[in-house]
Write a protein that binds this ligand. Structure first.
Ligand code: SAM
Length: 225
């Protein structure tokens, strides 16, 4: 077994913790403290997040999709794959070194999505965008923790609470979709988007593609008006 090699780490803004990049042969891992946030061998459910949400909005004129965060770029690449030439993708990434990694050692994992002219990367907390922009996006894809609880940093709890969901609702255009990725079901969270007028659909997706790998959860919350 090849041992994991530590490559680099950086502080998580506003968090107090560190995000680290590790490699084992051709496999990469992004970890926060000792918890794995993303692994390059398992990305089918991160791609499904994009596919499920974009299936509802890709046919609209000039669809705009907000993604948080970048990770290894799989959700971003899958979104680009689903959108046409007039689509726009804004990627919010809290930790600037993750963007550097995606232009360096991680670039080829998802096929260099940051080189696509439809993509704008903003090195910012996605919460700042949700608070500032109204009726701006057809879809918002949230995969910043391992589920609806602040793992990268405690402050991310806001995103999954009523205030964050209301901000996401306001940032979406009519019938826009908020997609939230999670490593496991969460009955308490599943009820919450309905309370701010979203219509919610919970989907079970497999980590390695249809019928393969662990079961992950994606909530698709559709803005009702
Ligand atoms: C699980 S990874 C995302 C994996 C990604 N879906 C992919 O396909 O590779 C989580 C990412 O979200 C970023 N992140 C965490 N909190 C954030 C926030 N509040 N705003 C923007 N990005 C954030 C992390 O730095 C990390 O890059």
């Amino acid at each position: 077994m090849i041992p994991w090699e530590f490559l680099e780490s950086a502080a998580v803004p506003g968090g107090g913790g560190e995000l680290g990049l590790y490699r084992r042969g051709g496999e990469f891992s992004i970890r926060v403290a000792s918890r794995e946030l993303m692994n390059s061998r398992l990305h089918a459910s991160e791609e499904a997040l994009a596919e499920l949400a974009c299936a509802r909005v890709a046919a609209r004129p000039r669809p705009r999709v907000l993604i948080g965060g970048l990770g290894m770029g799989y959700t971003t690449a899958a979104t680009l794959h689903r959108l046409g030439a007039d689509g726009q993708v804004v990627v919010a990434e809290l930790v600037p070194v993750v963007v550097e990694w995606n232009r360096g050692p991680l670039a080829d994992l998802a096929g260099r999505p940051l080189q696509d002219a439809r993509v704008t990367v903003r090195e910012v907390d996605i919460a700042r965008i949700l608070q500032a922009e109204h009726r701006a996006y057809d879809a918002i894809l949230l995969d910043v923790d391992n589920g609806p609880a602040g793992l990268t940093r405690k402050g991310n709890d806001w995103l999954y609470a009523r205030a964050g969901l209301e901000a996401a609702y306001a940032a979406l255009r009519r019938a826009g979709v908020l997609g939230v990725w999670s490593a496991s079901p969460d009955r308490a969270f599943a009820k919450r988007p309905c309370r701010v007028n979203f219509e919610v659909n919970e989907v079970c997706v497999r980590a390695r593609g249809p019928g393969r790998g662990g079961r992950h959860t994606i909530w698709l919350a559709v803005r009702s008006s």
